[in-house]
Design a protein around this ligand. Structure first.
Ligand SMILES: Nc1ncnc2c1ncn2[C@@H]1O[C@H](COP(=O)(O)OP(=O)(O)OP(=O)(O)O)[C@@H](O)[C@H]1O
Length: 250
């Protein structure tokens, strides 16, 4: 990022400029038999508390791998991941599980709801394994689904299912909401509604939101856009005029 942009971004955050999470020289290589696939190479990344960050890159560039490492689902082959001052790379399996449960909310492209549970029950399951959850009804209200709580996933549209998935993530009161192609299975208008929900959670609850996507248009509503290519960070841009979700188009 150009020095002036970085300074402006940091000075805007004054008391908030303590990093929430940082990756230091993170590399990841998958090894299957004799084949090794280098996916991330020496990635340095910073995530600030309360920011709305979009990471864009083409298919296969390593976005999901990066998000999984940030979320403690996967571990780097080398390098360190700090959550505040704690080094995730030194966590035991149990400590990583606790990190995921307490601090991270995940939203995926294909919702991953339990089909035999209602919207409310899907959210309750997540609340039940959390240390300080909000009420499931409150989470469903925050995504605008208070009238559909007793419906099963098959009785809901794709956009509504994604809102249940967001409620399931946010009921845990996570510090970091990680979204992997959250609009990838939705049409433009429904996708915008999902982005609006994510934008509201960021503005109104101060929740840190990270979206990874191949769709660079979504970057228009971010405060910062990181472009990833072939496993490295190709560009970091501060967006001084993020647009509203209903202005994003693709
Ligand atoms: N568990 C794994 N074992 C081996 N290779 C893997 C594994 N996970 C990912 N890869 C490889 O790593 C590369 C990057 O994958 P990744 O899913 O991180 O990219 P991506 O940018 O999220 O792609 P997409 O947008 O298509 O989901 C791909 O070549 C993929 O095949």
């Amino acid at each position: 990022m150009p020095a002036s942009d970085a300074e402006a971004f940091n000075s805007d955050r004054t008391s908030e400029n303590r990093l929430l999470l940082s990756l230091k020289s993170v590399s990841k290589t998958y090894i299957t038999g004799d084949v090794s696939v280098p996916v991330l190479r020496d990635v340095d990344l910073e995530i600030y508390p309360g920011e709305f960050l979009v990471i864009v890159g083409p298919s296969g560039s390593g976005k999901s791998t990066l998000l999984n490492i940030v979320g403690g689902i996967d571990v780097p082959s080398s390098g360190d991941v700090y959550f505040y001052s704690q080094n995730l790379s030194q966590f035991t399996e149990m400590e990583l599980t606790r990190y995921r449960r307490k601090h991270i909310g995940f939203v995926f492209q294909f919702y991953n709801l339990v089909p035999t549970l209602t919207a409310r029950e899907n959210v309750i399951v997540s609340a039940d394994i959390s240390e300080s959850p909000m009420s499931p009804d409150k989470a469903l209200e925050l995504v605008g689904l208070e009238h559909r709580t007793d419906h099963f996933p098959s009785q809901l549209s794709g956009g509504e299912q994604q809102r249940v998935a967001i409620a399931r993530a946010l009921v845990k009161n996570p510090e970091l909401l990680l979204c992997d192609e959250p609009t990838g299975a939705l049409d433009l208008n429904t996708g915008r509604m999902i982005l609006e929900v994510l934008g509201n959670l960021n503005r109104e609850l101060g929740m840190t939101v990270v979206i990874i996507t191949h769709n660079s248009a979504i970057g228009e509503m971010a405060e910062r856009i990181i472009r990833i290519g072939s496993g490295t960070i190709a560009e970091t841009k501060v967006n001084s005029h993020p647009v509203a979700a209903n202005q994003v188009t693709w």
